[in-house]
Design a protein around this ligand. Structure first.
Ligand SMILES: O=P(O)(O)OC[C@H]1O[C@H](OP(=O)(O)OP(=O)(O)O)[C@H](O)[C@@H]1O
Ligand SMILES: O=C(O)c1cc(=O)[nH]c(=O)[nH]1
Ligand SMILES: [Mg+2]
Length: 192
């Protein structure tokens, strides 16, 4: 599946929003990929995650013990991708703002792949890696449906992206006037 096919699925689902968005990194953007509008459709999610699982198999050598999804956005794609990889899916969720593996135990040395929905700066994946490494897991790779940085974000491990789609994002104090003129909304679950 190529980037255009992935974006077509997002467009069909009405998931490519335009306006003024506060991203989880604090950056501002005129475009927001509302993945929930894709993940509400099991058939669309299945297509995307089957293709992502194939790409992970091709690019990540060695065994995978678990797929880990960073909540909330990573929950559904991690679950669906894990189904195609034939391994369990677990998740990290925020407690006091910090990602924790609250509901599961993983053995030390477990080899995991993180599956995210969207990557912008890679911050959420780096936070997930920190949590997993503290528990003694080995993070073999991370994967996402869409990398908004088009390969520029360094997540600290190899990143498998089903699509790369570069979208502008600006620091809050350096907004273009046309963006500054629109009231900002923050769709994600991180409190900032
Ligand atoms: O690469 P980054 O700069 O970290 O941005 C991408 C992250 O932003 C979104 O999560 P968000 O924290 O907005 O909450 P959500 O998972 O509840 O959508 C998305 O699900 C990724 O986790
Ligand atoms: O960077 C983000 O927070 C972000 C961007 C985007 O397009 N979609 C999303 O869910 N999060
Ligand atoms: Mg998220």
């Amino acid at each position: 599946m190529n980037t255009e096919q992935v974006l077509d699925i997002f467009r069909e689902a009405g998931a490519v929003l335009e306006g003024h968005f506060i991203l989880t990194s604090g950056l501002r953007s005129p475009v927001f990929l509302q993945k929930a509008r894709v993940f509400m459709h099991a058939d669309k999610t299945e297509k995307l995650c089957r293709a992502l699982a194939e790409k992970i198999r091709a690019e990540v050598p060695g065994k995978i013990d678990y797929v880990v999804g960073p909540a909330i956005g990573g929950l559904i794609p991690a679950y669906e991708t894990s189904r195609h990889l034939g391994v369990p899916a677990i998740w990290v969720e925020r407690e006091g703002g910090v990602f924790r593996l609250r509901r599961f135990e993983i053995p030390k040395g477990a080899r995991v792949v993180i599956v995210e929905d969207i990557v912008t700066t890679g911050l959420s994946i780096r936070e997930t890696i920190e949590c997993l490494r503290e528990l003694g897991a080995e993070v073999a790779a991370a994967a996402c449906i869409i990398d908004r940085s088009a390969g520029k974000s360094d997540v600290g491990v190899p990143l498998v992206a089903l699509a790369e789609y570069e979208v502008p994002a600006y620091p809050a104090d350096a907004l273009p006037p046309e963006l500054a003129a629109i009231p900002a909304v923050k769709p994600g679950s991180r409190n900032i």
